[in-house]
Design a protein around this ligand. Structure first.
Ligand code: FAD
Ligand code: AMP
Length: 479
């Protein structure tokens, strides 16, 4: 017998599991199909983000930062540590434990909300039927009132650098090295390449990042990108721009990488190579031909502003659709799809999706960059405040970077926030909140911030928009 659900979700990453939970909260009968198998070959929820993405990378960034802090910076606080030793297997056990606890947490949330978890591969057939092929190969067909496709993304592979167990790896492989490579190559100096390169650099590897683009971090504000390149280079990350990888080959336990830049061809020998050249939507075989699901030329599922596909009653959310490939963007889309299915109203504000790079310094932004505003011919004012003038940042012993707010000249509304420095992954939410509420620079300037906190830098940046910052001479800021 065909089982009937109000909603069948395919994919249990952040977009899919959030959609499933919200739909169940709204009183709908929900099933969520996911094919993920964990390192023990057991079905696990959470998708890329929890298993091989956001969470394990942040666990390793935290652990490696603690080690680098003890080794390189704790002495400035008058604390002497001798004999600090690295235990990579223990670090991996911690990471795996964090992942396991969180993926099991999603299973518990499914249970608490009455979501039916169906391990296996889902395929959209015609008329909102979904075929589920279990890990034992058995198939069954579900009938759904609505379907939410949340199949996520997978790493782009480079033909020139074929993955080779343990030696040439993708991001998932780079989260599971069993020792610190002496020399590590990374293809791609984007968000993932920088985070993973930072982990292994902090643990002692010599790290070379080969980036095809001539400019560094093109999606970030230019001033932030410049400061980031300066600081990363000072940390010993060897970032080579305009370097296109032509071929990589694993032989005798190491990897030879051939690349080309403005000066011709070069070869590097590294112990391991991470391929971090982007991600592509996971949509191959997701829908049967007869379902008629429309994909775009890059394989993303075609959707409108509210994540409706071309098929009635079928939504698609997360990395499998247009927009930034970020967990929180997918989660908000998942909630929106569930609300719409339940007959509510919902929308996602794509103007304020925050982006974060969890390196040291951290980098975070939302809204328009200065170069965006210049290109669009929008008159704006910039207010910048350096962490060097923040008492709290000084006390932390990490006073690098700055907060920059961009306000529309005509309305004074905040249209962009660009932060680089200590813990800015947490600070950016305040700027997003302000933007979501349509706050002006003056609104933030009139708000009281606790002293001494890093958040005061945001307050001062808002004051600086009108040349009123207190704790730094405006001349110094070039205002
Ligand atoms: P996914 O998380 O990819 O989940 C999709 C799920 O669907 C998977 O479980 C997959 O197995 C399943 N699936 C696919 N097809 C089928 C099918 N036919 N049947 C059944 N199941 C199927 N984002 C951030 O916001 N912050 C970060 O700090 C961050 N760090 C990252 C670090 C790394 C190393 C990586 C690789 C990514 C990182 N990301 C980060 C990106 C983030 O992981 C993704 O944006 C997010 O996971 C997308 O969620 P999703 O639900 O759309 O897809
Ligand atoms: P992201 O999309 O943020 O994950 O970043 C991926 C990065 O990889 C981009 O900055 C690309 O320019 C870069 N890239 C893609 N292909 C190559 C290549 N063959 N050699 C070097 N860098 C590459």
């Amino acid at each position: 017998m065909t089982e009937r659900f109000d909603v069948v979700v395919i994919g249990a990453g952040p977009a899919g599991y959030v959609a499933a939970i919200r739909a169940a909260q709204l009183g709908l009968k929900v099933a969520c199909v996911d094919q993920w198998l964990d390192i023990k070959n057991e079905p696990a929820l959470g998708g890329t983000c929890l298993n091989v993405g956001c969470i394990p990378s942040k666990a390793l960034l935290e652990s490696s930062e603690l080690y680098a802090h003890l080794r390189d910076r704790i002495a400035i606080h008058g604390v002497r540590v001798e004999g600090a030793r690295l235990d990579v297997p223990a670090m991996m056990v911690h990471k795996d434990q964090v992942v396991r606890e969180l993926t099991r947490g999603i299973a518990a949330l499914f249970k608490a909300n009455g979501v039916t978890w169906m391990p296996g591969r889902g395929k959209l057939l015609r008329e909102r039927s979904v075929e589920v092929t279990g890990h034992d190969g058995k198939t069954e067909v579900l009938q759904a009132g609505h379907v939410i496709l949340a199949s996520g993304s997978t790493p782009v592979e480079l033909k020139a650098a074929p993955l080779t167990a343990g030696l040439i790896v993708d991001s998932a492989g780079a989260l599971a090295f069993d020792e610190v490579p002496k020399r590590l190559g990374v293809i791609g100096a984007g968000v993932i390449g920088l985070e993973l390169g930072s982990v292994w650099r902090r643990l002692g590897a010599e790290v070379i990042l080969l980036e095809a683009q001539e400019q560094f971090l093109t999606m970030a504000d230019e001033q932030v990108a410049k400061e980031a390149l300066r600081q990363f280079s000072a940390q010993g990350l060897d970032i080579r721009l305009g370097a296109r990888v032509l071929a990589a080959e694993a032989r005798d336990g190491s990897v030879r990488v051939r690349y080309q830049d403005g000066n011709g061809e070069h070869t590097e020998q590294v112990d391991r190579l991470i391929v971090a050249v982007g991600r592509r939507p996971n949509t191959q075989g997701l829908a049967a031909e007869e379902a008629g699901l429309l994909l775009d030329e890059w394989g993303f599922i075609h959707v409108d502003e509210q994540c409706r596909t071309n098929l009635p009653g079928v939504y698609a959310v997360g990395d499998a659709v247009r927009g930034p490939m970020l967990a929180h963007k997918g989660m908000e889309e998942g909630v929106m799809a569930a609300e719409l299915i339940a007959g509510g109203t919902a929308h996602v504000n794509y103007e304020t999706v925050p982006a974060v790079i969890y390196t040291l310094p951290e980098i975070a932004w939302a809204g328009k960059t200065e170069q965006d505003l210049r290109r669009a011919g929008t008159p704006y004012r910039a207010g910048v405040f350096p962490f060097a003038a923040s008492g709290r940042a000084r006390a932390l012993g990490d006073a690098s970077g700055f907060v920059k707010l961009l306000a529309d000249t005509a309305t004074d509304r905040i249209v962009g926030a660009h932060l680089i420095g200590p813990r800015v992954s947490e600070l950016i939410a305040q700027a997003v909140l302000a933007m979501e509420f349509g706050a002006s620079a003056e609104d933030i300037a009139l708000t009281m911030f606790p002293h001494p906190t890093l958040s005061e830098a945001l307050h001062e940046a808002a004051l600086a928009v009108h040349g009123r910052a207190i704790h730094v001479a405006q001349r110094k800021l070039g205002v």
